[in-house]
Design a protein around this ligand. Structure first.
Ligand SMILES: N[C@@H](CCC(=O)N[C@@H](CS)C(=O)NCC(=O)O)C(=O)O
Length: 158
């Protein structure tokens, strides 16, 4: 059976089998418009909250921070701007003073395709970890990403 694309509140989409997708009904455009409106209202509120609750970044001595900066070059966070799980990860990155590149997988088709091909899904947040041998590892789930970042970087404060 062919698959169908379903869209979620945060503008993400996923492929499901036809029998999991909602059948076409005249209500579908209304439901979509409702979620779009909700996203338009909630998005700025969440971004404002993120801005107002910015954690203070941890301080390292210059050499330690330089080493962390280099380590962060092998990481990239695939994310949506207003996804609450992505905001949680971004806040942790700020708290740990990690300059990890953020890649918009919602509006940037190239990034979305990379994410889909690398991780096998368009689910965000997803951390791409490029190992020393050049192999990429894709870490999904905000809790797992936060735990990974803490494990790697929490102890390098001065
Ligand atoms: N349990 C996951 C939830 C992640 C999640 O639901 N992300 C949504 C955006 S808020 C998503 O990626 N939706 C698009 C998709 O599944 O393709 C986490 O904590 O990271």
């Amino acid at each position: 059976m062919k698959n169908a694309i379903v869209h979620d509140l945060w503008g993400g989409s996923s492929e499901v089998s036809r029998h999991q997708a909602l059948p076409f009904t005249p209500m579908k455009p209304v439901i979509r418009a409702f979620f779009k409106a909700l996203r338009l209202v909630l998005g700025p509120v969440m971004l404002l909250k993120e801005r107002l609750t910015h954690p203070k970044g941890m301080q390292r001595d210059a050499a330690a921070q330089a080493a962390v900066d280099v380590q962060c070059q092998s990481l990239a966070l695939y994310q949506f701007n207003t996804c609450p799980f992505c905001i949680k990860v971004r806040q942790e990155m700020r708290r740990l003073s990690l300059p990890i590149e953020k890649r918009d997988a919602q509006h940037n088709v190239t990034h979305r395709d990379e994410l889909q091909q690398g991780s096998g899904a368009t689910k965000v947040p997803c951390l791409k970890i490029t190992e020393a041998n050049g192999q990429a590892r894709w870490l999904q789930d905000s809790n797992a990403i936060v735990a990974y970042l803490r494990d790697q970087f929490e102890t390098t404060a001065c």
